[in-house]
Write a protein that binds this ligand. Structure first.
Ligand code: PGA
Length: 250
């Protein structure tokens, strides 16, 4: 199965309820190709609303995080059964802000990926290197170890349920985008790793998104690369017009 092109938004800790509603309504009413998957990464407190605002539109609502345990003494955390309970079937796992600010390790992210898949929730698994690693030329090996330690234990039936997002940390929220060549180089590397472990058919079926200062002005150049199957978009996903332009940039 040929992989899907995807425009995924990551709202992070932004928006109020009225703004979220207006943004979702703008997207639901907006035009983008039916074959492009749209995913919105919404703050926890607006998830249930977003599920109802997007009902019947084909737009998927994603949580930005989850806890791997079913339930229990984890003050402040949200479980996968809770997400499922309100109709959320996608979750962003391993965003660099979770890794860097909240200290989430590859091993902990592995638990989250396993728990999400066990509950039938699709992970958008994020990877990507910090600036120092890029400057040292170690980015390919760094991303490879993130994948090996968090998702390469999966079997083919499970890995093919994932969306992978490559987000070089130095390009997130900085206005500095990886060049399409830099993005393609890493995406091709990831695809090759997938192919050698899971075979051609599986590796061809997995969407690999680029994230880091994707904007209407650079999206089509990025998405034109053979292994860049869309974007995980922060700042530019907070405005319906700009996010729709990105969803139309394939
Ligand atoms: P940005 O964020 O588009 O604002 O750089 C991307 C992300 O962190 O997912």
């Amino acid at each position: 199965m040929r992989r899907k092109n995807i425009a995924a938004g990551n709202w992070k800790m932004n928006m109020d309820r009225a703004g979220a509603k207006a943004l979702v309504e703008g997207l639901v009413q907006g035009d983008f190709p039916g074959e492009v998957g749209m995913i919105l990464g919404v703050p926890y407190v607006y998830l249930a609303d977003a599920v109802s605002w997007t009902a019947g539109s084909g737009i998927r609502v994603a949580a930005q995080n989850c806890h791997p345990a079913e339930s229990g003494a984890y003050t402040g955390e949200i479980s996968l059964p809770m997400l499922k309970d309100i109709g959320v079937e996608t979750v962003i796992i391993g965003h660099s802000e979770r890794r860097e600010i909240f200290g989430e390790s590859n091993a902990f992210l592995k638990e989250k990926v396993d728990a999400a898949l066990a509950h039938g929730v699709q992970p958008v698994f994020c990877c990507g290197e910090p600036l120092g690693i890029r400057k040292a030329g170690d980015h390919a090996a760094f991303v490879e170890s993130q994948l090996k330690e968090s998702i390469f234990h999966l079997d083919t039936a499970h890995i093919t349920k994932l969306i992978i997002a490559y987000e070089p940390i130095w390009a997130i929220g900085t206005g500095e985008t990886a060049t399409p060549e830099q993005a393609e180089e890493m995406h091709a590397h990831i695809r090759t790793l997938l192919q050698s472990k899971y075979g051609q058919e599986a590796s061809d079926s997995i969407s690999i998104l680029y994230g880091g200062s994707v904007k209407p002005g650079n999206a089509s150049d990025l998405f034109a690369r053979p292994n860049v199957d869309g974007g995980l978009v922060g700042g530019a996903s907070l405005d319906a017009e700009s996010f729709l332009k990105i969803a139309n940039a394939f």
